[in-house]
Ligand binder design. Structure first.
Ligand code: 8YV
Length: 324
């Protein structure tokens, strides 16, 4: 008998077929409270689960007593309590490699969009406001040769540093838990403590996972260290930045602007002040959202689940110690 698997995200046809070849798949719409109540019987049987989003709290895990492996179609896994999974012997798989270059592209896009005011100016043009050669009220600020600070020098941080240093001749500063010899040798990246990085960078790019340690890491005091002309970019996890403090800094012009792909609450409520500020470029969590990368992430997640449920895990496992 094939193992029972619950799928909670639509997959491209060929990947769905690959999943069906290995497993007895039941598809549900999402992991919302109502949906999981409705499908309690299916969840009860599941040995594997695959999808993205949701929150794997104890209520959900209690509905999954036979679960052996969870495969998330994402690099981040803050929706899981890894200690709880370990205690229950559940293997957690993720897709850390597939999205690196694509998210770094988006980060560089946010640097350019905020500095050169691409969205604001395109909107003015679309609205027919371009009536004469532009004056200084349309000017942006340079990107090339400015200082870019990377907070979190993981794979994506490295790909951003490469773009910034080699493409835009930007001096790169970085803060991370550990020194990164390759970042220093390949991109001349300079290690700084967080306060120094905030004080010296023209662009502060945050690419951190969410954990107790990183929650609200960037709050009022940290924002106050930034230069008035500096721009904050966040494309990791929203709650790493205290959004109320950021809004205050933006409203007071304590910093020049912000480029955001992630928020404390997603989807970002339409009433958020961030959507009214002209010095903010706000995107709907699309760091990895290209056809190629989303396909690659889903394909990796399918392979991850097959590996986990057939005892052949070689990579992409968050908690390998659970595997017997
Ligand atoms: C995900 C992400 O695709 O992979 C991550 O950690 O943030 C995104 O790229 C998104 O969370 C949807 O699952």
């Amino acid at each position: 008998m094939k193992p029972a698997v619950v799928l909670y995200k639509k997959l491209p046809d060929d990947l769905r077929q690959r999943l069906d070849e290995h497993f007895n798949v039941s598809e549900i719409e999402n992991l919302g409270a109502e949906t999981i109540r409705k499908h309690a019987e299916i969840l009860q049987q599941a040995q594997g689960i695959i999808g993205s989003g949701g929150k794997f709290d104890n209520t959900l895990l209690d509905l999954l007593p036979n679960l052996r492996a969870a495969s998330t179609i994402s690099a981040g896994y803050d929706q899981f309590d890894v200690d709880e999974l370990n205690a229950r012997g559940i293997v957690l798989m993720h897709t850390p490699n597939a999205l690196t270059e694509t998210v770094a592209d988006l980060l560089m896009g946010l640097v350019l969009a905020t500095a050169r005011r691409l969205v604001d100016l395109a909107e003015r043009t679309r609205a027919g406001k371009w009536k004469a050669s532009v004056d200084s009220t349309w000017y942006g600020t340079d990107v090339h040769h400015k200082t870019l600070g990377v907070v979190g020098m993981g794979r994506i941080g490295m790909a951003l540093a490469q773009r910034a240093r080699l493409g835009f001749s930007m001096p790169v500063l970085y803060n991370a838990r550990r020194r990164h010899a390759e970042a220093e040798s390949r991109f001349d990246a300079e290690y700084c403590d967080l306060d120094t990085l905030l004080a010296r960078s023209d662009f502060v790019c945050i690419i951190l996972p969410l954990s107790d340690e990183t929650h609200h890491l960037i709050g009022r005091e940290k924002l106050a260290l930034m230069k008035p002309g500096a721009i904050l970019i966040n494309a990791g996890r929203g709650p790493v930045v205290d959004e109320a403090a950021l809004i205050e800094a933006l409203e007071n012009h304590a910093i020049r602007g912000a480029g955001l792909d992630v928020y404390e609450q997603e989807p970002l409520p339409a009433t958020s002040p961030l959507l009214r500020l002209p010095n903010v470029v706000a995107l709907p969590h699309v760091g990895s959202a290209t056809d190629e990368t989303r396909y690659q992430m889903a394909a990796t997640a399918v392979d991850n689940l097959i590996a986990a449920l057939t005892g052949r895990v070689k990579e992409n496992c968050v908690n390998p110690q659970v595997i017997k």
